[in-house]
Design a protein around this ligand. Structure first.
Ligand SMILES: [Zn+2]
Ligand SMILES: [Zn+2]
Length: 307
């Protein structure tokens, strides 16, 4: 996945050598991918399919970003010509469009090699790509650790996330070791970027809620994202989306945590164990409780008193 990202960045930056030649391609119908192609009398064996895209010449066209045995990355375009025409020979035409130029050093994002950003590279490797929501997750972890210095060790830390499918969850699992399977990460399917970090022992913590951030690219970003999710993105769509996503990542990285998340202190109700915003906590005989537990208890007490 990371390899694909690098190539999309290069393509987005115009690092391509145009070839535009009709070529013969060995295509495996079973796995639906090119196995190799001949170009200038040389056979190039494909060792990896990096991505499949929709074409832009006709609706059924497909294109493939492939890596060949010599380490080069090529873009192959499969044009399915009009079946109504009288061309009975081959309805299929392959074009070797371009080779991606190798300038890996120049492709990296400015902060990619930075050590100050909490093993972001490792998190991205674990997750599969470097995307804006992964950065959100990293920022939330950073902020929580900074706000909860009294946590003696990460062992007592638990996280409650109000979504169950964001890449941010991978950042939390990787950076803090709070995972679904060790039960230190719980998820509630509210589809919100709200993350509660708390000490399971002491019963206090912080709740971080994503603020509204305006990237000024929402229309484009959502349009390309929809295409990619729906598997109808062209290579150009994918490269454009990569560029927008990289811009968002960079912008988020450069923002202060306070600009990204609103913070509330939370405490745990001693009776039902729910974590609540501190202002909603009732203190009953020195014990923190939520309103309904507090009412239950004082209600029972009053029953006892008046009967
Ligand atoms: Zn991602
Ligand atoms: Zn309660």
């Amino acid at each position: 996945m990371l390899e694909m990202e690098h190539e999309l960045r290069a393509i987005g930056n115009g690092q391509a050598e145009w070839i535009k030649q009709t070529v013969h391609v060995d295509y495996d119908n079973k796995s639906q991918q090119p196995l190799g192609f001949s170009n200038n009398g040389q056979y190039n064996k494909v060792i990896k399919l990096l991505g499949t895209f929709k074409g832009n010449l006709s609706p059924d066209d497909l294109s493939y970003l492939v890596k060949t045995v010599d380490g080069n990355i090529y873009h192959l375009y499969l044009h399915l010509s009009d079946f109504n025409s009288f061309h009975t020979l081959s309805p299929v035409r392959w074009t070797l469009e371009f080779r991606v130029l190798k300038k890996r050093e120049a492709i990296g994002l400015p902060f990619w090699k930075s050590t100050t950003h909490m093993r972001l590279e490792g998190v991205a490797d674990f997750h599969g790509d470097l995307c804006p929501e992964l950065v959100l997750g990293c920022k939330a972890c950073h902020m929580a650790i900074r706000l909860l210095p009294k946590l003696d060790s990460l062992k007592e830390l638990i996280v409650i996330a109000e979504n169950d499918n964001s890449p941010a969850l991978d950042a939390i699992q990787f950076a803090l070791g709070c995972t679904l399977s060790n039960r230190k990460l719980r998820t509630i399917d509210n589809n919100k970027h709200i993350y509660l970090f708390a000490s399971a022992v002491a019963g206090y913590g912080v709740k971080l809620s994503l603020k509204k951030i305006c990237f000024n690219d929402e229309n484009c970003f959502n349009k390309f994202e929809k295409k990619i999710v729906g598997a109808c993105a062209t290579l150009n769509d994918a490269a454009s989306y990569q560029k927008l996503s990289d811009d968002r990542v960079e912008r988020l990285m450069n923002m202060d945590s306070e600009e990204v998340f609103a913070v509330e202190n939370v405490r745990r109700c001693l009776v039902c164990n729910d974590f609540l915003t501190e202002s909603l906590i009732h203190v009953n005989n020195g014990f923190p409780m939520c309103e309904s537990c507090c009412l239950d208890i004082t209600g029972n007490n009053s029953n006892v008193v008046y009967q």
